[in-house]
Design a protein around this ligand. Sequence first.
Ligand code: GLN
Length: 192
Amino acid sequence: MKFGVLALQGDFAEHIATLKRLGVEEVEVRLPRDLEGLSGLIIPGGESTTIGKLATWYGLMEPLREFGRERPIWGTCAGAILLARDVGRDQPLLGLMDITVVRNAFGRQVDSFEIDLNVPALANSTGDAAPYHAIFIRAPIIERLGPSVQPLATLPDGRIVAAQQGKLLATSFHPELTRDDRFHRYFIRLAE
Ligand code: GLN
């Protein structure tokens, strides 16, 4: 199995490093042909408007949509925004997940924070029920889930920060910035 990381902008190098650490074959995706033969794709954090513009520029939007109709895609932070159907403003989106996302949902003072989350799906899949230490950086919130979407993690106030629709995964936070690779393993398992 080979996994791709969309490498147009943002922290793709950290995802690549995590996949390497897990012994998974990985490739940086910049052009439509890079998607050939991949078992799954990660869209990293960064700036969703920039990633969307570059993906449009490189003719990647439709190939990415086709990819996501059959194969797993995981978006972290900006990547989650790109997967969404609606973000309440005009910017290039893949629209693959039936979710509405609010960008920069934590305002200015609290742009970044870290918190331990309870993620039952991770515990079931990896057998490790330890809390998941999540890093939020100018993070979005998943405000609405369509009927085919399951919440995977919520903040103590109930706001949704991780969701899954079939083989599509969206997290508001950045598992690639921690040493905890359970989310990466969870995603790899989706592709098996
Ligand atoms: N605030 C960014 C956006 O709206 C996302 C931030 C991130 O990926 N850490 O695209």
